[in-house]
Design a protein around this ligand. Structure first.
Ligand SMILES: Nc1ncnc2c1ncn2[C@@H]1O[C@H](COP(=O)(O)OP(=O)(O)OP(=O)(O)O)[C@@H](O)[C@H]1O
Length: 269
């Protein structure tokens, strides 16, 4: 059983091909990562499996359902999505606890919803879980970037999703805030081993040491997919990012290094 699967998916928008012939699947209960440079189509892939885009050809499956054959808003209740660059969040005047509550409904507002007392209680627990209980009454838009991310993680977790999609959850965070975010995700996975987690990132060092499958994308599409040890070679990662790089692994964590000698080549000198 796969938590998500793409079968030869292509997507064209306004005559432009954004994704071409993409196939990938994530086994249920695994930790997966999508690694690739800016603009390679990572977020588009997330939108394809959450029903915000529909394939021009091929098939996209999420939690065993083929997108396009089931009501997408119902499916989204089983998906926790952390998408910090969704501008809509920052425009909201709502308070932190209300923001988290919207996660029960798979939308961005409570205008048409009637949360139950049990849901409100669960909100407090979710905020506790990510260490944000003290900010429950604050307006969301007044939070720092790191605080916002943890609140968005609480929002994604509130409905006890089967699938957690993290689209660049640590972008713009300092070292401690980033590591706290990664540690929170690890603790969550330890508590709920059945949860499938897909991390989308530009940064190799953010991959969990326990990552089961990785999709490495480059500017022209998929470079490789499979077990991280096989996929994440210096040559392949360098090709994906169009930058010569040394990939290393210590205590399970990945790291990469670019020699200063490479810089002039990047400038086309
Ligand atoms: N609605 C759209 N219309 C036209 N082009 C689009 C649309 N959405 C995305 N694209 C293009 O598709 C490509 C992939 O975009 P996408 O946002 O998926 O990349 P990404 O890998 O998530 O990038 P980043 O890491 O910078 O967020 C980009 O070149 C982008 O300009």
């Amino acid at each position: 059983m796969h938590a998500l699967a793409l079968e030869d998916v292509s997507l064209r928008v306004g005559g432009v091909t954004i994704v071409e012939g993409l196939s990938w699947s994530v086994p249920t209960g695994s930790r997966a990562a999508v690694l690739g440079p800016n603009g390679c189509g990572k977020s588009t892939m997330i939108r394809l499996v959450t029903g915000y885009h529909f394939p021009t050809s091929g098939a996209a499956y999420c939690l065993g359902e083929r997108l396009g054959t089931v009501p997408v808003h119902e499916l989204r209740r089983s998906i926790g999505l952390v998408d910090p660059f969704n501008q809509f969040f920052d425009e909201q005047r709502i308070r932190v606890k209300e923001m988290v509550l919207t996660g029960f409904f798979g939308n961005f507002s409570l205008d048409f919803e009637r949360p139950t007392a049990a849901q409100r209680e669960a909100t407090e627990e979710a905020l506790e879980e990510v260490g944000m209980a003290r900010l429950a009454g604050r307006r969301f838009k007044t939070l720092s970037t790191g605080e916002k991310r943890r609140v968005l993680l609480a929002r994604a977790l509130i409905g006890e999703p089967e699938l957690l999609l993290l689209d660049e959850p640590t972008a713009g965070l300092d070292l401690r805030a980033r590591e706290t975010m990664l540690a929170t995700t690890e603790r969550l996975k330890a508590r709920r081993p059945e949860l499938t987690i897909v991390l989308v990132t530009h940064h190799l060092e953010e991959l969990s040491p326990a990552t089961d499958v990785v999709l490495l994308m480059g500017p022209a599409g998929v470079i490789a997919s499979g077990h991280p040890e096989e996929v994440l070679t210096s040559a392949r990662v360098g090709k994906a990012f169009d930058c010569p790089v040394e990939v290393e692994r210590t205590n399970g964590r990945w790291a990469w290094r670019v020699e200063p000698a490479v810089w002039s080549g990047l400038l086309g000198a």
